[in-house]
Ligand binder design. Structure first.
Ligand code: NG1
Ligand code: ZN
Length: 554
């Protein structure tokens, strides 16, 4: 044991932690300016390696800062099921990232290994797959990650190259299920299940033949290249890809991509007169978020946004229709919808009006995913476009059996088609995590099936006007929240100030919380008109500034 720990310590000396910085394993792992991250990524490599030894499974390590600026980077661990690192391990990951001297560092590892009953093993007992997005800092951070993993005796580090975040999560999940798990397998599975789903479409009269005429904003990130690879498996399907990150197309996430489009609600760079009237989709920098939009006014640069809530609604309607078709066969299976406080109030009302069960969790995919996994079919989405559909093993086994049973009678039966549609969705959608590529194909297939234009889809319900603002304060941790982050406990008096602003607006709703991925406090406000939502958000941002000390507000 001591010799193996000594080897870790020796490797660690090449990655000293930056002085005076405290790292937190936030909503989506560690994030920071890339120049500060090499020690954190090295140490996250150690965490991933120990996780692999403990679980006896393949683990993932993704180097990305998603929608953040190109100068940032980050790192997160994917657990054996392909989801986020179990929350029980986050305190260890944080303690290790923040251990300043060699004694602390060694002690933190030893103590944790003892408590968890982990021991070093012989060669190839553990395996960690490492991937990164297209950020320039990714390459050197990859080196730090590989060194961290390899420092742990018995664990192999495999460089998977540049991937989208969901591709790595998908590979980890599949490796641990012993199902095909390469990048090639990913494109094969998505393309073949998409084709199956399209072939099971109703021939609705109004439905026009599917031409794939969608314009995709790749956020100048990894998603654009991977989408074009996916399309090469779908002959005949044309999607126009913009903001692919090629020379001259602009910077990663710079006035482009899902986060920009969803928060600013304006036309992203690279889109203009030629795109008016078209169905447009935006990915974020690591392609785990997806939103749709269409240009509503070139003059005002405005768009009509179809956010994660509306994608969720489209998925929910489709799944529910298939389940209704199978109603006489299945009474006991439960469909659940999971949202966060950022979900537009109109979406929740609409989903409940459809008779669906909607529940709420804290912000962050790790919470939504965990909740959705409690259902036979769990659909979760954040308003920002991150979400997916989870199917329980029990439900999938039942579907497969029903597929065989019904298949032996007739092939044209509507019930059989419903079963096959659900099975195809379970293969098309990435059940490890939200995935812009697979989500986009599923949206396209469902729009085609329903015969919906993007405008019809948008009109399912009307969003309540909302506004989000980021306030930079001296110390975001001075804001402490409760009630699923919808109420402020500290600083004292801030919640009362928010309540009195909300009371000035009919149908007003607002909350503030420290971001888990950025050094900022987020303000969210909803009201009956856009002007009211804007002014409510602004008024609350000023209170945050007064109570917590302003650096700037954007
Ligand atoms: P933070 O920065 O904690 O708000 C953001 C998103 C989350 C989640 C994570 C991970 C909003 C308001 N918040 O977290 O929903 O997607 O990033 O990327 O969109
Ligand atoms: Zn992302």
């Amino acid at each position: 044991m001591d010799e193996a720990i000594h080897l870790i310590l020796q490797s660690a000396s090449a990655f000293p932690p930056p002085p005076g910085i405290k790292f937190a394993y936030g909503t989506a792992g560690f994030r920071s300016n890339a120049s500060l991250l090499s020690s954190t990524v090295f140490r996250a490599g150690i965490v991933a390696a120990l996780r692999s030894l403990k679980s006896g499974s393949v683990i993932g390590l993704m180097i990305t800062a998603s929608h953040n600026p190109a100068s940032d980077n980050g790192v997160k661990v994917a657990d054996p099921g392909g989801g986020m690192l179990t929350q029980d391990w986050e305190p260890f990951a944080e303690a290790l990232a923040n251990a300043v001297n060699p004694e602390d560092f060694v002690q933190t590892i030893k103590e944790f290994m003892r408590n968890e009953g982990i021991s070093f093993k012989e060669a190839c007992s553990g395996e960690v797959l490492v991937a990164r997005d297209t950020r320039p800092s990714g390459e050197s951070l990859l080196g730090a990650a590989m060194r961290g993993i390899r420092a742990v005796k018995g664990v192999v580090a495999v460089d998977m190259g540049i991937l989208t975040t969901p591709q790595l999560h998908w590979m980890v999940r599949n490796r641990n299920r012993s199902t095909p798990a390469t990048e090639f397998d990913y494109y094969t599975q998505l393309s073949s299940s998409f084709r199956t789903l399209m072939s099971l479409s109703l021939k609705v009269l109004e439905s026009e033949p599917y031409t794939g005429d969608v314009v995709v904003d790749g956020a100048n990130g990894v998603g654009a290249e991977k989408l074009s690879l996916l399309l090469s498996f779908l002959e005949g399907l044309e999607m126009q890809i913009k903001n692919s990150g090629k020379e001259g197309e602009g910077g990663l996430n710079e006035r482009v991509g899902a986060d920009f489009v969803q928060k600013e609600k304006v036309i992203p760079c690279g889109f203009g007169v030629g795109d008016v009237g078209k169905r447009c989709a935006s990915f974020d920098g690591d392609a785990d978020r997806l939103v749709y939009f269409y240009i509503s006014s070139l003059e005002k640069q405005s768009i009509d946004l179809i956010d994660g809530d509306k994608i969720l609604t489209l998925f929910a309607i489709f799944i529910n229709q298939q389940l209704n078709c199978l109603q006489e066969k299945c009474h006991s299976f439960k469909l659940g919808i999971v949202q966060t406080a950022y979900a537009n109030g109109a979406s929740t009302n609409y989903l409940r009006y459809l008779g669906l069960e909607v529940v709420f969790t804290l912000t962050g995919v790790k919470y939504l995913h965990e909740k959705a996994a409690e259902y036979d079919i769990g659909i979760y989405f954040e308003a920002n476009g991150h979400g997916t559909i989870l199917f329980s093993e029990k439900f999938l086994a039942w579907l497969s059996a029903l597929n065989e049973e019904l298949g032996s009678f007739s092939t044209g039966l509507e019930q059989l088609k419903a079963v096959q549609r659900l099975l195809a969705v379970s293969k098309l959608i990435n059940q490890a995590t939200g995935d812009a590529l697979s989500g986009c194909l599923l949206v396209e297939a469902i729009l085609h099936y329903m015969g919906f234009s993007i405008q019809t889809w948008n009109k399912l319900y009307q969003d309540l006007p909302s506004r989000q603002i980021k306030v930079k304060v001296a110390d975001k941790t001075s804001i402490v929240t409760t009630d699923a982050e919808t109420r402020v406990l500290r600083p004292l008096g801030l919640q009362e100030a928010i309540d009195s602003e909300v009371a000035k607006h009919s149908q007003g709703r607002a909350f503030v919380r420290p971001s888990g991925t950025e050094d900022a406090v987020r303000v969210y406000a909803e009201a009956l008109t856009q002007e009211a939502a804007d002014s409510l958000a602004q008024a609350i941002a000023e209170h945050v500034h007064q109570f917590a000390g302003l650096v700037s507000a954007t």
